[in-house]
Write a protein that binds this ligand. Structure first.
Ligand code: PLP
Length: 442
């Protein structure tokens, strides 16, 4: 009784089934997943809330997943047998009490999307995409493999979900530009791993060509494929649900290809349209200063936009100069009275380290979002009593080299303010006593 399909943005009558191999509309634009909102509106907001709360974190397949617990809103056309899930979503909200107090906030939370099977929020979208592919294969579609270009986390998620489903995967990585944890994940899951001597944007161009002809049976998993957005959009819905259906004042999210900014907004708008919430939060997209095409556009009031050549940043997953979802992210930011802020290498690394000192364990992208937060509080844009949620996009453990180099003092373009290198000593009690006294006094 619920239904969803791909629709062209410029012509809502141009529609395709979600199980068709199609990425672009006839005019060359991206396709959007549209839902039969009239059917969804048959249930009252209270009924939806009750249903989502009943399913939340239970084991009944597949509804205990944070994504599939909202299946009717996400991808109703997949049969439960074809769902490929690792019970993604349902990640905790970390109350950043000490960090918040230090920077002058009373109600700061970090949504820990990295506490997930492959260690990043990319699991939220990949479960939907791989499930639809499994459905397509079960219907006899000749799909041989799923492919993506990646800055690291997308390929880790694709390889894991593909392995769980028994579907071959191909990943294109910019050689030497992903962390060792991100490289080893697809290797371990048996993906065909192609490390190309280029950047993300270069990998993206190649994978588009490889997947351009649907007859060769290689399905494209990048976020220009809007199926992933449907899973990722649950993050905003979950945040509201976790606050007992109350909307926070601000949500801050790091952005590179900008699919996640769009997804966050899309989920919240769906809640608004179906009456589960009656106001919207403000959204802040945070970019690395070394990869900031959206920020530059924001400075022109979004009147102008130029792709750039992204420079190296420790926030490697957002080192993107020509974001696929630029237009749809801008439309979301306009709708949510949004702000775009940027963070230098120094600012993002110090913000992550400072959060770590208060019990978080922030990846560099989360560092970008936290640095943006600090600036907005200092400017008085975000007020002391505002409820703020920072979306942490990956687990800090995926970025050990970033943290080691920060504390060693060898991180590029950074002189850390919060370094805490280990102290090497002989096994001698007096030397140890001196080291303790130096830190804590006699
Ligand atoms: C993919 C990713 C992002 C950026 O998401 P976009 O949708 O590309 O804007 C941010 N942080 C991490 C850890 C990621 O893996």
């Amino acid at each position: 009784m619920y239904h969803a399909w791909f629709a062209a943005q410029d012509d809502p009558n141009e529609r395709y089934p979600l199980t068709e191999v199609v990425y672009y509309s006839r005019s060359g634009g991206l396709l959007e997943v549209q839902h039969d909102m009239a059917a969804l509106a048959q249930r009252s907001p209270e009924e939806w809330k009750r249903l989502f709360d009943e399913r939340w974190m239970r084991t009944a397949w597949p509804y205990g997943s944070g994504v599939w617990g909202k299946k009717e809103w996400v991808c109703p056309i997949v049969s439960d047998d074809n769902v490929v899930s690792m019970f993604e979503g349902g990640t905790n909200l970390f109350w950043a009490e000490r960090f918040g107090r230090e920077i002058g906030l009373e109600d700061l939370w970090i949504k820990m999307c990295g506490n997930s099977h492959t260690g990043s929020f990319k699991d939220l979208g990949m479960t939907v995409l791989v499930s639809v592919v499994k459905q397509m294969i079960s219907e006899g579609k000749p799909i041989r493999a799923i492919a993506c270009a990646s800055t690291g986390d997308t390929s880790a998620a694709l390889a894991a979900y593909g392995a769980a489903a028994g579907i071959p995967t191909i990943v294109f990585l910019p050689k030497g530009k992903v962390s060792i944890a991100q490289l080893v994940q697809p290797v371990a899951h048996g993906a065909l791993v192609l490390a190309l001597d280029t950047d993300f944007d270069g990998c993206m161009r190649i994978v588009r060509e490889i997947t351009a002809n649907p007859d060769n049976g290689i399905y494209l998993a990048n976020s220009l494929n809007s199926l992933r957005v449907e899973g990722q959009k649950t993050v905003g819905i979950e945040i509201v649900q976790q606050f007992d259906w109350e909307v926070p004042d601000w949500i801050i999210i790091p952005g590179g290809n900008l699919g996640n900014t769009f997804a966050l907004g899309k989920g919240l708008l769906m809640m608004h349209e179906l009456g589960l919430i009656d106001r919207l939060p403000r959204i802040v997209t945070a970019q690395a200063a070394n990869a900031n095409p959206l920020y530059r556009s924001y400075l022109t009031g979004f009147r102008e936009y130029e792709p750039i050549k992204a420079q190296p940043t420790a926030a490697s997953a957002i080192q993107i100069g020509d974001p696929v979802s630029i237009n749809r992210a801008i439309s979301i930011l306009k709708r949510f009275n949004g702000i775009v802020e940027q963070a230098t290498e120094q600012e993002l690394a110090d913000a992550a380290a400072r959060a770590d000192r208060t019990g978080a364990y922030a990846c560099p992208h989360t560092g970008v979002a936290l640095a943006a937060l600090i600036k907005l509080v200092e400017r008085g844009e975000i007020k002391r009593s505002d409820r703020v949620v920072v979306i942490s996009t990956a687990h800090g453990l995926k970025f050990s080299r970033f943290k080691v180099e920060y504390h060693e003092g060898t991180l590029r373009d950074v002189v850390g303010q919060y370094t805490n290198p280990p102290i090497e000593l002989p096994p001698d009690v007096d030397a140890v006593r001196r080291a303790i006294a130096q830190r804590f006094g006699d």
